[in-house]
Every structure is written in C-alpha cells, then in structure tokens.
Design a protein around this ligand. Structure first.
Ligand code: ATP
Length: 245
C-alpha cells in the first residue's frame, strides 16, 4: 500500500492565484485536505469555487502560489489525465456523462472493468438505485440518478483526492440530503480526501470536517464545520457574499 495514511495531506494550496486570461478570480487561497477528510469550499455564485477545482485538477493553469496533490507539485505543465491516473477524481458541475452510453458503459469508461466486477459491486453498495438502471442510457436518467452515476464513475477509480463541484445543482432538496452524505462515506471508508463545493451550505457542513468560505475570490472565513454551522453571519456570506467578520 503506497497511499497516504489517514490524515496525511492529499491536497495543499498555498497562496493560490487562479483565473482566466487577463482576469484573476481567486487570490491568496491556502488550504489543506487530509486523507479521510471532507473540506467544504463554500461561497456565493461567482466566488471562484469552480475555478479553484479546475485549477487543482490542472484543467486551468494556476496564476500563482503553489498546489501540491498527493505530495507532488501541480504545475502549468501537469496534464489532467496524469493527475487522474494518480488518483484525482473531479466530478464537474455538468457531471460530464456520456449521455448516449448506458450506465454500465459509463462506469466501464470510468474503469469499472479493471477489477473484474468488484468495482461494480462496490458502486452498487454505495448506490443501490443504479442496479436496476445499468442498461439505461445516461441521458434518460433523472437528475439525481445522473449525479449518482457521476459520483459512481469517480468511485470506481478509487480516488485518493475527490473534487466534487455542486453535486446538488438542479436537484430537489430531499435528493441532496441523500446524496451529499455519500462523500462522507467515501472519505471514511476509502480514506479519500474530499474537497466539496456545495451551495446547500447546511447539508455540506453536516458532512464536512472543516470548511472554507470564499467571497469574491478571497477567504472570508474558515474553521471546523460544526463551528461555522453556528455562525449565522458567515453562513450569510456563504450564500450572499456579505462581508463576514
Ligand atoms: P458558481 O456557483 O456560479 O459556479 P463559483 O464560485 O464556482 O460560482 P466560478 O465559476 O469559479 O465561481 O467563477 C468565478 C468568476 O470567474 C466569475 O466572475 C466568472 O464570471 C468568472 N469566469 C468563469 N469562467 C470564466 C472564463 N472561462 N473566462 C473568464 N471568466 C470566467
């Protein structure tokens, strides 16, 4: 077993600057995610959460600062597929499923074939509802089922760092309350470190160990999830971008 032991950082950001050509969106972001830990990255629309995840997974080059994933630096030369091979799984906001392929085929593309059925059995343990949908095309699934499949596809690759962007987008609250705790289980049982971007702040804080709140690309609050859940001012900042203090 060469993976990090519980608590070892699987992600370290130091003074990260991130953005797009000509525009810096995230400034001075430092955070760590340990193996087996869930860290929620909160903040209102446009705070820079998606930009942060895309920069960590090397879909965007960082503009400054340092990113260390599983003990190695992520640089502008790092290719996303190499990070993926080393154990980084990124579940993007749009879920990135192959809508014309079946559930089973989407999982196979994710790597479920590699472990002779064991990966599929594990997926069905986490998401029993996918069992009766294996031969259905992904494009015909409900939003909640699609999100399960997106997470399942990450799961079959046995991630050591899981980046989850807005899994609740467009889903009914009752589905969100059922799905978000799955990332806690992935952290607890598989030892993955999870960075969870989520608009449903209360649900995110229930499953997270710690949280970082971004507003306009800068950290306006951070701490233990249980403490933040009691901080009404900071919660307002997570939704609305109010100045927290
Ligand atoms: P949301 O919940 O709305 O996705 P977010 O916190 O994830 O919010 P980002 O998507 O990271 O925010 O966007 C941060 C800022 O970067 C926004 O002002 C957005 O307009 C800008 N932005 C996003 N994508 C691009 C792009 N391709 N080019 C230029 N600016 C962009």
């Amino acid at each position: 077993m060469t993976g990090p032991s519980a608590g070892d950082p699987v992600l370290r950001l130091r003074a990260l600057e991130a953005g797009y050509a000509g525009v810096t969106v995230v400034r001075g972001l430092s955070l760590e995610v340990g193996a087996g830990e869930v860290v929620a990255l909160l903040g209102p629309n446009g705070a820079g959460k998606t930009t942060t995840l895309c920069t960590i997974s090397a879909l965007l080059p960082a503009k400054g600062g340092e990113i260390e994933v599983l003990g190695a630096a992520v640089t502008p030369r790092t290719r996303p597929h190499r990070l993926a091979r080393r154990g980084v799984a990124h579940v993007p906001e749009d879920r990135a499923l192959f809508s014309q392929l079946t559930v089973r085929e989407n999982l196979a593309v994710g790597g479920a074939r590699d472990r002779g059925g064991a990966a599929l059995a594990q997926v069905l343990d986490y998401f029993p509802a996918l069992g009766s949908l294996l031969d259905r095309r992904a494009g015909l699934l409900s939003g909640g089922e699609q999100q399960m499949l997106a997470l399942a596809r990450a799961l079959v690759r046995r991630p050591r760092l899981l980046l989850v962007d807005e899994m609740s987008l467009g889903l009914a609250p009752v589905i969100v309350e059922r799905l978000v705790p799955v990332v806690r289980r992935i952290a607890d049982e598989l030892g993955a470190g999870v960075l969870l971007v989520e608009q449903h702040v209360a649900v995110a804080l229930e499953v997270a160990d710690r949280a970082v709140v971004l507003s306009h690309g800068e950290v306006v609050g951070e701490g233990a999830a249980a403490d933040l859940a009691r901080d009404q001012h900071l919660l307002a900042a997570s939704y609305l971008g109010d100045a927290a203090g």
